[in-house]
Design a protein around this ligand. Structure first.
Ligand code: SAM
Length: 298
């Protein structure tokens, strides 16, 4: 068979797969109007819905008028439950996975199921929608070109501080989830470990009636939160500006390298100066040698 360009068309071999599809369905993080029409359609059409908390999700489904068998799938039974869900999929039934709020697998159960389903070659399809970390980032006014989602920090102070210590020099915007009863301690640790001037944005009760964004330097946000009688209520996304990079641009970097080269040249032969400067900066040895020669000639 030839394609329009005259080249032989790549033959696509389609295997017939009559197994079901596992749909990963995002549900609201507070505002029921955020449930997409496609999510409603999928939930109405699948044979079974796997849910983190069947009672909690039962209320959402009742609100939607969806009456489907619910299977509990939570952190404590996920491994055991996966097999029976895979069997349903293998028999040709479509299955939806939902969590209590937002996107499954994002600090929620489902990883083992999705992994195993993919290993078995079963089709896994996302039905995207609300996710607290993305909603928070989209409105925080912090850089989003590079961010690191850390999930929940350890509950104990020492563990929390050691994770923050590891992240202290990371240039990416940091995103955490936090529970209301630990929010003050966490912001206090951020101020201490990352510095009181580090920019912090807290997204509280996003999409809900009392949605609030607190932003400013870590110490200011801590003060604002402490002074707010509702400050430690509700759900929080904690976002922190990444660390400033040493030397903020190419020009500054070049100036530093030149200075380094000149200092080294006073102390040692050019070749050695170029070699050490190359090791320290990651720039090419030959390029630095040429530059050192230019300095010498001038
Ligand atoms: N899978 C969910 C998602 O897609 O965002 C997150 C589940 S995780 C168990 C729950 C945490 O998400 C909460 O403790 C809170 O940190 C954050 N969260 C969920 N809903 C939120 C909301 N409306 N406003 C702020 N944070 C929220």
């Amino acid at each position: 068979m030839k394609s329009e360009s005259g080249q032989p068309a790549r033959e696509v071999i389609k295997t017939v797969d009559d197994r079901g599809t596992l749909y990963i369905v995002a549900t609201p993080i507070g505002n029921l109007e955020d449930l997409s029409p496609r999510a409603v359609k999928v939930l109405s059409e699948v044979a079974v819905i796997a849910a983190e908390d069947t009672r909690h999700s039962g209320r959402l489904l009742q609100h939607l008028g969806v009456n489907k068998p619910l299977l509990a799938l939570h952190d404590h039974n996920e491994r055991g439950r996966v097999q029976s869900i895979l069997e349903r999929l293998s028999e040709g039934s479509d299955v939806a996975l939902i969590s209590d709020a937002g996107t499954p697998l994002i600090s929620d159960p489902g990883y083992v199921l999705v992994r195993e389903a993919r290993n078995e070659g079963i089709r896994v399809s996302p039905i995207p929608g609300p996710c607290a970390l993305i909603a928070g980032l989209s409105a925080a006014g912090l850089p989003t070109d590079r961010f690191l989602f850390v999930g929940f920090l350890p509950a104990k102070r020492a563990g929390r501080r050691s994770v923050l210590e590891e992240l202290r020099k990371d240039a990416a915007t940091l995103v955490f989830y936090e529970s209301p009863h630990r929010i003050l301690d966490t912001v206090a640790d951020i101020a201490e470990v990352l510095g009181p001037q580090r920019e912090v944005v807290l997204g509280r009760e996003i999409t809900k009636t009392f949605e609030t964004f607190y932003s400013g330097e870590a110490a200011e946000v801590l003060g604002e939160l402490t002074g707010d009688p509702h400050g430690n209520r509700g759900e929080f996304v904690v976002m922190v500006r990444g660390a400033e990079k040493a030397g903020s641009g190419l020009m500054a970097g070049e100036v530093d390298v030149d200075r380094l080269l000149k200092l080294l040249m006073v102390e040692m032969p050019l070749k050695k100066a170029a070699k050490i400067a190359s090791e320290l900066t990651g720039l090419g040895k030959n390029e630095l040698y040429q530059r050192a020669l230019e300095f010498k000639d001038s």
